[in-house]
Design a protein around this ligand. Structure first.
Ligand SMILES: Nc1ncnc2c1ncn2[C@@H]1O[C@H](COP(=O)(O)OP(=O)(O)OP(=O)(O)O)[C@@H](O)[C@H]1O
Length: 273
């Protein structure tokens, strides 16, 4: 399949002074963000802070009310959103095929951007080899023939990442990929995300989560959202600090980073005796 990918130069994503207003409510106010090749952003914030609203803009799902959003160099409002979406990978653990496909088949539907196999469509040999490679990369090598209903939630999440990678996107968006996973499944998933970032050094990613423990060690940048505003944005070690995270979640926490990963614990309150 030959596709004309949007321009490879310039930022992968650019949002400039973006507002989103729905039913008179400001869901996002004056948000600006630039994501470049090889950068891995975390979008963090409490429930209702506006993370999914922002991810939907970056994924060319919705338009801003005001401001400019450019995805892969193309400005929303001036391009076919459906076509633009076919150039990026959007991993949402709530997505599911509508029939009991095998893992390999689910991964191949990433090429047709459909929830089922397209009748009479056949992958080329190269596409089949790529699907097998991605299944292996995501640690699912022994599960290629397994059917969707028999997969654990963690396996489904990793199959969906392999699916999103099929068209070789330059941008991958993750919407709370570790939600509902047990400890082992979460660690496998985060390890897989680190591995794919290592194998594709020019890939850019944006990952939404509420939990610092769910951030891969390969995260390079972060944006903190609070009530639709950007509280902080930049290199990860400047943003994931005790003071900023406490302000973001309206709760005193202490942030530590060990072996590349982050954790947050309630800060001990010092009371006057
Ligand atoms: N179409 C809409 N009309 C009005 N309000 C909306 C609409 N969509 C979302 N909201 C509200 O906008 C706010 C931001 O929602 P959003 O889903 O972006 O937050 P979030 O940070 O992703 O939250 P969560 O972590 O709970 O998923 C919420 O208060 C939500 O109820």
């Amino acid at each position: 399949m030959i596709v004309s990918h949007p321009s490879g130069n310039g930022p992968v994503l650019r949002a400039q002074e973006v507002d989103v207003v729905r039913d008179g409510n400001h869901l996002l106010r004056q948000i600006s963000l630039t994501v470049r090749r090889g950068e891995h952003w975390a979008l963090l914030g409490a429930n209702g802070a506006g993370k999914s609203t922002l991810l939907n803009l970056l994924g060319a799902v919705t338009h801003p009310t005001r401001g400019v959003v450019e995805v892969l160099g193309r400005r929303l409002g001036r391009v076919d959103m459906r076509e633009l979406r076919s150039y990026l990978g959007h991993v949402d653990p709530r997505h599911a095929p509508d029939s009991p496909l095998q893992v390999r088949e689910v991964v191949l539907t990433g090429l047709t951007n459909t929830i089922a196999l397209v009748p009479r469509w056949e992958p080329t040999e190269e596409e089949s080899r790529r699907a097998d490679h991605l299944i292996e990369l995501l640690g699912m090598g022994s599960r290629g023939e397994a059917r969707w209903p028999t997969l654990s939630q963690g396996e489904r999440g990793r199959a969906l990442i392999a699916r999103a990678l099929m068209p070789s996107p330059r941008l991958l968006l993750f919407d709370e990929p570790a939600t509902g996973l047990d400890l082992a499944a979460r660690e496998q998933l985060l390890g897989s995300i680190d591995a794919l970032r290592h194998e594709h050094p020019s890939l850019a990613t944006v990952l939404v989560t509420h939990h610092l423990e769910e951030l891969p060690a390969s995260t390079t940048h972060a944006m903190l959202l609070r009530k639709g505003h950007c509280l902080a944005s930049g290199p990860v070690d400047d943003v994931l600090t005790t003071d900023l995270i406490s302000a973001c979640f309206d709760h005193p926490v202490r942030i530590t980073r060990g072996e590349g990963r982050w954790s947050a614990k309630a800060a001990t309150l010092v009371t006057a005796s």
